[in-house]
Design a protein around this ligand. Structure first.
Ligand code: SF4
Length: 350
């Protein structure tokens, strides 16, 4: 069976074996066929729009101790900063003035931001702007999630990181894989547009488990899928581990597109950190349709160092928006003007 036939089969009915085949990249020419097919599926199912989401990282406090993350509580060298609510609202207004239609409010699992504080924040942002609000504030119970939704939050991001339960629980001590998946199911049930994602190239991760991650995105009907390469942080126990590969990350992006079809898939910040603007453009040609610029100002930006170099630019550079517009034009694409809800297209490749 040639790569084209196998891709058609994957598109119709994804199986672990075909996913592993393309993830391995072992067959000569399979990457080219995969990327071209993913780009075609992207065009058919979500069109040529590139959606922008502005990220505000508002607290670097975290009660968890994930082995791969610079925000882990055991990292005593990281400044812990919490942006005041007025400042968060001001940043949201600024993002809206720059043309963003979606804001992602992201933090570590900060106990200060309990139910009332998050609800208050969502209400303030929704009252002050017309932005779609995406929350990324970690694991909560169902009642809290419902309260956030009722307060006006539109979307929620909670990466499952890896479908390999043993690996997850080794890398995220104290967290339960079962609970994480249960949280994603609850978020979907409540009505959030729900985002998940993985890190590609985690120490101990297998291609089989990455294939399972892609099938899990489909089975949970995840709306937004973020896949970035693992980048070792020097202040974590994984400092000496090799970084995840960009090529494998592109394959995951492409396969996630083919299997889930009409989801939103960002060219992730982690990919832009390792491969720059060119990495972002490559992902956009291989299935991605979203870019998430980080608009967090200093000093909060520097404090939110999940992986090294993430905060290297001193401030958000509005010229990035012009560069993205230019990239979009060069790719025959355009920057969307709307909030970019997931709209199942129901289209099919002929
Ligand atoms: S990955 Fe998230 S939960 Fe884990 S330590 Fe980092 S910020 Fe906290």
């Amino acid at each position: 069976m040639d790569a084209g036939e196998r891709l058609q089969r994957l598109y119709r009915q994804a199986e672990r074996g075909d996913l592993v085949h393309f993830l391995s990249g072992a067959e000569p020419g399979s990457d080219e066929a995969l990327f071209a097919f993913a780009d075609r599926v992207r065009r058919e199912h979500v069109g040529d729009a590139i959606h922008l989401r502005a990220i505000v990282e508002f607290s670097s406090f975290c009660r968890n101790d994930c082995l791969y993350c610079g925000l882990r509580r055991s990292n005593r060298g990281l400044p812990r900063l919490r942006m005041p609510a007025e400042e968060i609202v001001a940043q949201c207004r600024r993002a809206e003035a720059l043309g963003f239609r979606t804001i992602v409010l992201q933090s570590g699992e900060d106990p200060f931001y309990g139910r009332e504080a998050v609800v208050d924040l969502v209400r303030r942002v929704k009252g002050a702007t017309g932005l779609a609000v995406t929350l990324a504030v970690g694991e909560r119970d169902e009642e809290e999630y419902r309260t956030f939704f009722d307060a006006g939050a539109d979307r929620y991001l909670l990466k499952h990181e890896t479908s390999d339960r043993a690996l997850y629980e080794r890398l995220d001590p104290g967290l339960s894989h079962e609970r994480r998946i249960a949280c994603l199911r609850v978020l979907k049930r409540i009505g959030f547009q729900t985002g998940s994602g993985i890190m590609v190239g985690l120490p101990g991760q297998t291609l089989e488990s990455v294939a399972d991650d892609i099938l899990l995105f489909r089975d949970l009907d995840i709306d937004m899928i973020g896949c970035g390469p693992f980048i070792p942080h020097p202040a974590t126990p994984l400092a000496a581990e090799p970084a995840g590969s960009e090529e494998l990350t592109y394959r995951v992006v492409a396969l996630a597109r083919i299997v889930t079809r009409d989801t939103h898939i960002p060219a992730t910040t982690a990919l832009a950190v390792t491969a720059g603007d060119a990495g972002r453009a490559s992902a956009l040609c291989r299935g991605a349709n979203v870019v998430m610029p980080n608009v967090t100002p200093q000093p909060w930006r520097r404090a939110y160092e999940i992986y090294p170099n993430k905060g290297r630019t001193e401030v958000f550079d509005p010229a990035l928006l012009e560069r993205l517009r230019r990239t979009a034009r060069q790719l025959g694409r355009f920057i969307a003007e709307d909030a970019g809800d997931r709209l199942p297209s129901g289209r099919r490749l002929s």
